[in-house]
Ligand binder design. Sequence first.
Ligand code: ADP
Length: 433
Amino acid sequence: MTNIFRRSRRNLARWFTLSMGSILVIFACGIYVGVVQDRQKAFDEELYSKSRVMAAGIRYRLQQGQWRVKLDDVPLLGSNTLYIERLESEIAYARWYSPAGKLLLFVKEQPPPSVKISPGFATLRLSRTESASESQVWLRQVTLPVLQDGILLGYLQIASPLTPVQETLTQLCLLLAVGVPLGIAAIGMTGWFLGGLAMQPIYESYERLNRFTSYASHELRNPLAKVLSHAQLGLMSLLEPETEARSRLQTIIKTTKTISNLVSDLLFLARHEGEINPQILKQIDLVELLGDIAQEQAIYCEDKELTLKINLPQTGIKILAEPDLLCQAILNLLSNAIKYTPAGGTVELRLIQDSRHVNIQIADNGTGIPAADIPYIFEQFYRSDVHRTHNGCGLGLAIAQQIIQAHKGKITVSSTFGQGSRFQIELFYVKIG
Ligand code: ADP
């Protein structure tokens, strides 16, 4: 591949990786945020349910004529052993505050001297000194106002370490840290592969165009040089006999005609690329069209002392086609058969019809085509070496194939070198009548 294609492929891969990679990163961030929120919500719900279990044990009783808050039945804070094991292992501290926010009782961690009580959840960092080393723990704390019959009894505050949530998030971070770069690398490789796939047809048509241009300029250079040299010679020897001057002019005219044919063939190939617009297709009688072409070519066969056999059905066959283009394709095959068949030979034009298609066959018992050349003869400018002495530029079959393919048809050849050739046009158009 040339540099420009390699660069385009790289750019395609880069932009693909950038866009898909950004989507992947956004997606990974979304997953992370979603998991964080989900885990925190689940953790809060569990903490809240623990605080409710504890709060359920708080009693407000009349004792010796005075209403008192009793914490005896509260797990952890009192003597209630219900859920005690679970609460002890999972709760970092439990505290009981008076309605005025004064600390009355606490278990495990002692609170800092002055804390403002505000109900709800909070995330705190707790520094602990364990065996001469200081460690920090993140805690989730809930402060629950405890009410009975509309009277505020106090505030229950409990906290749990956020370690399980942190562990899950660390694992997720690790997974994303490995997965996202791997995903981006996979996207990059896919982008490179897809870039190659996308560039392939463009590269091929670029190569075809290059080949076409170089062949075309090569084919034009020889006849142009011939015209130039004859014109220059004519000018240099102005006094040469009239017959010689005429012969030079005739060569110039003949060569110019060749150039003109070549240019029109090139233009034809360029203009009629791709499929035919169905709107320009006409209903034509193929038998009539072939009859006209055969009649026209009969003179050339006579000139070359060839026998022209015409084998057409008695009744007309109507098909949908562009008549001028189809005529051009058949003419190219027929004129080749005449050109490559020596005097005394036979050229045959046949039309065979079956239930779905029509087959136009052009056969000759001329020179035939060497087996090694057969795969290439439909390529633009390809000519078999054994036919280089004949007039031509190697575009006739390419044009015929382009026309037939534009009609969604097929053109095939079978040939034996030294015995003759048979070209067949198969048209798939639905027969009208
Ligand atoms: P051109 O005839 O101008 O060389 P074409 O594209 O029509 O170009 O044909 C390409 C080549 O195919 C010819 O040069 C010739 O070698 C071979 N060819 C085509 N038709 C025949 C045929 N009927 N018999 C033998 N060779 C043929």
